[in-house]
Design a protein around this ligand. Structure first.
Ligand code: MIC
Ligand code: MG
Length: 297
């Protein structure tokens, strides 16, 4: 209650163990701290904190408008309520390589288990839209090197994302992937892979674990867990899935209230009050409160 039981160090160790386990680590995107608790309750291995979701929550497009402070604040709110490791989207690192170093330390302090840094230019774009661009490979290597050098907890996971496949083709993405692995990245995030064939080529090119981004309505074919596992992928994120589902349901609910003048017909499509309180572990707060009163006597 009040906070997640395991420390950040233990969650990072769990993430590392998951990466070594040979089992696909499933990280759905939490659109708020409460949804992170639901992800944990349903038995997933980790929580993803998406830049696209954070932007959308603020009513903004995902074009690099959010600040490190906003990302760190949300990361801390989410990480502290779940026992699962959280992986956060640090976009381009918020500036020059020195900024990437500071970004890493601030996100370490926020209690997440890892971050990913991408090789897009500033201002970045969603990786699945046209019109994005990447910095030179060497600039991106310096971003990764800066983060690796600044890291204080060796278990904190640094993922390198390359957006090059959709800009310069898969061969350039593979070259970059190798360079980022050599620079010390722990996990590779090849963005906008078109299909299993692209993942196969990436898997053959690098020795470090690989992450698959199964975002909807983008450039990637949606591959299931078995397929990803057979391709040797180690982590899968579903970054915006829960937000899309929730917003769709909210829209349908608003339509029904507008049409019917009541929400009475919608009750079986809602999270029941009882289930919400169960997820919040309401009972333990009552017990805690009673104990506080007892000690006061
Ligand atoms: C993974 C991602 O970086 C995110 O912010 O969640 C996005 C997801 C999306 O916009 O669908 C991306 O792939 O760029
Ligand atoms: Mg993003």
């Amino acid at each position: 209650m009040l906070h997640a039981a395991p420390t950040a160090a233990r969650k990072r160790a769990a993430f590392r163990a998951g990466l070594d386990s040979g089992t696909l680590q499933r990280f759905p995107g939490a659109f708020n701290p409460l949804s992170a608790k639901l992800i944990e309750r349903r038995g997933f291995e980790g929580v993803y904190i998406s830049g696209a979701v954070l932007s959308a929550e603020l009513g903004l497009p995902d074009i690099g408008l959010t600040t490190l402070t906003e990302v760190a604040g949300r990361s801390q709110q989410i990480a502290r309520v779940t026992a699962l490791p959280a992986l956060v989207d640090a976009d381009t690192g918020f500036g020059e390589p020195m900024n990437a170093a500071r970004t890493l330390q601030i996100l370490e302090d926020a209690g997440v288990a890892g971050l990913h840094l991408e090789d897009q230019v500033n201002p970045k774009r969603c990786g699945h839209l046209d019109g994005k661009d990447v910095v030179e490979r060497d600039v991106a290597v310096r971003r990764i090197t800066a983060a690796v050098t600044a890291r204080r907890d060796p278990d904190f996971v640094i993922a390198a994302r390359t957006d090059a496949a959709a800009v310069h083709g898969i061969d350039d993405a593979i070259d970059r992937a190798k360079a980022y692995a050599d620079a010390g990245a722990d996990l590779l995030f090849p963005e906008a892979m078109r299909n299993a064939g692209d993942f196969e080529r990436m898997r053959a090119a690098v020795d470090i674990p690989i992450l698959a981004n199964m975002t909807e309505f983008g450039k990637s074919e949606l591959l299931d867990v078995k397929t990803l596992e057979s391709l040797g992928v180690n982590v899968v994120i579903y970054p915006v899935t829960l937000l899309r589902l929730a917003m769709h349901a909210a829209g349908a609910g608003l339509d029904a209230i507008a049409e019917q003048g009541t929400q009475a017909e919608l009750l079986d499509r809602m999270q029941h009050r009882r289930d919400l309180y169960d997820l919040l572990d309401y009972r333990s707060y009552t017990t805690f409160d009673e104990n506080v009163h007892t000690f006061r006597l």
